[in-house]
Design a protein around this ligand. Structure first.
Ligand code: NSS
Length: 433
């Protein structure tokens, strides 16, 4: 009977067939230990010379890692084994025997040239560490969807091919649309604003694109963003939603992907600290933190990676920074009536130096003001006509935010660079495989 590794504990004492790959192998006299993986987990198969025929033992001795196999054996409970079970191997059927493998069998943390690993990404994803990270990614994505549906949001996705900039013109990827210029979407937000006037609470979750020239551990050129938009929501409503969302997501990962976090060596106490309430500070208060830390920072600049690192390290949980100077933020953000040089926005900085994972705001909902903002930002009015219609016909106060999936997964897994948190990363000058 074909059984998956994750289900083995329910089959102790039974004879089962595993289908998978040889992740590793050790030999010790009359025993060969085969570490098998099948996508759901890893298990050790023990081949005992005294228990199998000569041919099976020789096959096990010679089997090279990443060979594909069907292995039959009896499940034995073993409290020392990671999953609580081992397999006493009886039969090995080789689907394909490999004889070499492009990634050396050493701890990948010890491979100094990450460029080499990235060029082998299609194989690298089979490693334990990458397997664990991507399983957390799946859980984060699912937890987000479950939470938002519980909160009454509908998932309605935005187009990828668009004609306008959302987050500035400098990072647009241009393409040709039947002879007309078009761009890959930087954000689904503007379409979500339209949908919020139809469904009230909506979100999209898809790939977004930025021609980022920056080579940092936080930047991809293609990344996934989850963007809720909420009619009649204020900045305070958004802050509460973000807080509840992040607490829920972290708790779900701790519950369902604890083993993967442990495999990654993640300090779980840091994640357990992610509880309500999150600190809420203004841009000005964040600047004070920077100055106290001795950084030379002059407002009204935007925070870069270094500043975000210092601010986020001042707290043990995500910190929500609001009221940035209008000049460093996007055209659609609503000014604060009490301080018109500030916008009613929020950046959420993850702790432990991970920096910004969420950016959001109330949206300018007045027609004339929005036209003026588009002009001030040097953007052409033409492509925004449909967007301006939302302010012509039944405009309402509203707001939303975007959560970057890869940065969120990097923080939760404790992985330094976002390139490991997406199956096939796209970065400056990197598009293979
Ligand atoms: O540019 S953002 O701050 N905001 C928006 O795009 C809004 N239009 C979202 C909205 O309100 N609906 O990006 C949001 C998040 C940001 O906090 C990061 O977590 C992530 O998207 N992000 C990125 N992740 C990886 N690589 C790059 N280049 C990147 N840019 C933003």
């Amino acid at each position: 009977m074909w059984v998956y590794v994750e289900d083995l504990p329910r089959h102790v004492g039974e004879k089962v067939e595993l289908r998978g790959w040889l992740a590793n192998r050790r030999k010790s006299g009359k025993l060969v230990f085969l570490i098998l993986r099948d996508g759901t987990g890893f298990v050790q198969g023990v081949v005992n010379r005294a228990e199998v025929d000569e041919e099976t033992f020789e096959r096990a001795r010679r089997l090279y890692y990443e060979s594909s196999v069907r292995v039959t054996g009896k499940v034995r409970a073993d409290s020392r084994a990671p999953g609580g079970v081992e397999l006493d191997v009886e039969k090995i059927e080789v689907i394909q025997a490999t004889t070499d493998y492009p990634i050396p069998k050493v701890r990948e943390e010890n491979i100094p040239d990450v460029g080499k690993l990235l060029a082998q990404r299609h194989l690298w994803i089979r490693s334990r560490r990458q397997w664990a990270i991507l399983r957390v990614r799946d859980e984060v994505q699912r937890a987000i969807e479950d939470f938002l549906h519980q909160e009454g949001f509908l998932r309605l996705d935005a187009p990828i091919l668009t004609t306008m900039a959302v987050e500035g013109t400098t990072t647009l990827f241009r393409t040709d649309y039947f002879g007309e210029p078009a761009y890959l979407s930087q954000s689904g937000q503007l379409y979500m604003e339209a949908l919020a006037c139809s469904h009230g609470k909506v979100y999209c979750f898809g790939p977004t694109f930025r021609a980022e020239k920056s080579k940092t551990r936080r930047h991809l050129t293609e990344f996934w963003m989850m963007e809720p938009e909420w009619a009649f929501a204020t900045l305070e409503d958004l802050l509460d939603l973000i807080e509840n969302l992040l607490v829920y997501v972290v708790a779900r990962v701790l519950e369902r992907r604890r083993r993967e976090l442990e495999m990654l060596g993640r300090d779980l106490t840091r994640l357990e600290a992610v509880q309500k309430p999150f600190p809420r500070i203004t841009y000005d208060e964040a600047v004070e933190i920077l100055h106290k830390a001795g950084l030379a920072f002059t407002p009204p600049d935007d925070f870069g990676g270094d500043e975000e690192t210092v601010i986020s390290q001042a707290f043990d949980r995500p910190v929500m920074v609001t009221h940035y100077p209008a000049e460093v933020k996007a055209f659609y953000m609503k000014r604060d009536p009490e301080r018109p040089d500030r916008v009613r926005c929020v950046d959420v900085l993850a702790p432990e130096g991970y920096g910004e994972i969420v950016g959001g705001s109330e949206r300018e909902d007045d027609y004339e003001t929005l036209v003026q903002r588009i002009r001030e930002h040097g953007l052409p009015l033409e492509p925004y006509q449909w967007y301006l219609d939302l302010r012509r016909y039944g405009t309402v106060p509203h707001g939303g935010f975007g959560l970057g999936l890869e940065r969120t997964v990097a923080w939760i897994t404790g992985v330094r660079h976002v390139r490991e948190t997406i199956p096939f990363p796209r970065m400056l000058e990197k598009i293979y495989p």
